[in-house]
Design a protein around this ligand. Structure first.
Ligand SMILES: Cc1cc2nc3c(=O)[nH]c(=O)nc-3n(C[C@H](O)[C@H](O)[C@H](O)COP(=O)(O)OP(=O)(O)OC[C@H]3O[C@@H](n4cnc5c(N)ncnc54)[C@H](O)[C@@H]3O)c2cc1C
Length: 409
């Protein structure tokens, strides 16, 4: 029965020649490329697995999330944030900006199209992109599925025994569900710290596991964004000196985080971010809660038990719920076939600023480890490059619509 259904599905698959590039992913990166292309007169088709744009922001982020960096570092090409938005827009404001952006450039992605495979066919020199419903073909493929496509779920011994809920931060919305509960947050990056803060503000009893080293720096120094200061200083001074400056001011403003169980890495915050993508935690009140004991910092978890967790320092505690702030990963290796451009973790092998362009009409956007700032730079480069090629195609009047249904394959 199952195989008959599969056969029927194969037969129902339709083949679509895309007039312009295929863009996989309707997050900020995919939409920014589509808009930048449109501005150059190049049509495109955006394929999105979910049913909305910016689905990470709409569906997988917590309510209290605000942009970590000031808005001018996070705007997409060709359209600034509204003037009345605050310096650090909320996630709802960011989503409304994304919706206005897509509608301003009339970008209408094809929703519920989950790309299952994409492969370059050298004989015809086209990309063949398969979703559950269609086969799309084009000379250009833009990978815009993001550095955060799938949650990372660690395999901690005993997880299956735990009596309460274990959820990833991608499904955490607000601490109001956890009032008066004892909650263990595993992970101490920006998400882990902010979720711990949110829990504590909702009167949950919050424990946070800080197994790895992490830089905590103030979001602002002397009234200016720390990130902005770092970028400005780096124009004049070597990165190591900039990092040194950030660390001296951070320890002056926040104290020695080692005293509270948050150990600093040996490499400086910006150098580490650029080399590994590991973002420093921008303090928006978390450290004060840690200092006051409202958020308790624990060393690594040894195992989860039925009622709680055992820690590497020998302590054992009971919890009502566990939240995994264990990050995300790229999903490119699961669907992009026979492609040497990406490493096994689904990140371009070429470091910034060279990672946006591969061979044979392949492009990538949003894999710079630099957040939305990197997205803008990639999108502009890609649009210029494709527009140049597009202009050289003499016979591009072979269809009027930018999607043509060729045949049932
Ligand atoms: C909690 C959180 C807070 C963040 N805060 C900031 C911040 O303040 N500033 C900043 O610059 N960055 C921030 N980031 C990083 C953020 O992910 C990016 O800045 C931004 O969302 C990247 O956009 P993107 O389009 O590259 O990826 P995404 O937003 O992840 O979009 C990728 C899209 O591709 C789709 N997709 C994936 N696989 C497939 C497939 N096989 N087929 C079809 N579609 C697919 C996804 O559904 C998604 O819609 C944050 C990330 C998180 C998780």
């Amino acid at each position: 029965m199952g195989s008959l259904k599969e056969q029927e599905n194969v037969e129902a698959t339709k083949c679509v020649w895309v007039h312009g590039p295929i863009i996989v992913g309707a997050g900020p990166s995919g939409i920014a490329v589509a808009a930048s292309l449109k501005q150059q007169g190049v049509p495109s088709v955006v394929l999105e697995r979910s049913n909305c744009i910016a689905s990470l922001w709409q569906n997988k982020t917590y309510d209290r999330l605000k942009l970590h960096l000031p808005k001018h570092f996070c705007e997409l090409p060709l359209m600034p944030f509204p003037k009345d938005f605050p310096k650090y827009p909320s996630k709802y404001q960011f989503i409304s900006y994304m919706e206005s952006y897509a509608s301003h450039f009339n970008i209408v992605p094809r929703f519920n199209q989950s790309v299952q495979s994409a492969e370059f066919d050298p004989s015809s020199e086209i990309w063949v992109v398969r979703t559950q419903d269609f086969v799309y073909i084009s000379p250009w493929l833009v990978v815009a599925t993001g550095e955060n496509a799938e949650p990372v779920i660690p395999n901690i011994p005993g997880m299956e025994l735990f009596h309460g809920s274990i959820v990833h931060t991608s499904v955490y919305k607000s601490g109001c569900e956890y009032k008066n509960k004892k909650v263990l947050v595993i992970g101490c990056g920006n998400s882990g710290m902010e979720v711990s803060l949110d829990l504590s503000r909702h009167n949950a009893i919050s424990y946070m596991v800080a197994r790895n080293t992490v830089h905590v720096i103030p979001r602002e120094m002397f009234g200016f964004s720390t990130f902005g200061i770092a970028m400005a200083l780096n124009k004049w001074f070597p990165l190591k000196l900039v990092d040194k400056f950030l660390l001296v001011v951070s320890s002056f403003m926040l104290g020695n985080t080692n005293h509270y169980g948050i150990k600093r890495p040996k490499t400086g915050p910006i150098e580490l971010k650029l080399a590994t993508g590991k973002t420093p935690v921008l303090d928006v009140g978390q450290l004060a809660k840690i200092k006051s004991g409202n958020i308790k910092v624990m060393e690594g978890v040894k195992e989860i038990t039925r009622n709680g967790a055992k820690f590497v320092d020998g302590q054992e505690k009971e919890f009502d719920a566990i939240i995994l702030a264990t990050g995300y990963k790229s999903n490119v290796p699961t669907w992009l076939k026979s492609c040497e451009f990406f490493d096994k973790n689904g990140m371009p092998k070429m470091p910034f600023p060279h990672g946006w362009k591969g061979e044979q009409g392949l492009y990538t956007v949003g894999f710079t480890k630099r957040g939305l700032h990197g997205t803008s730079s990639d999108a502009v480069n890609i649009a210029k490059d494709i527009a140049h090629k597009w202009m050289t195609i003499k016979d591009k009047s072979y269809c009027n619509s930018h999607i043509v249904l060729l045949k049932n394959s």
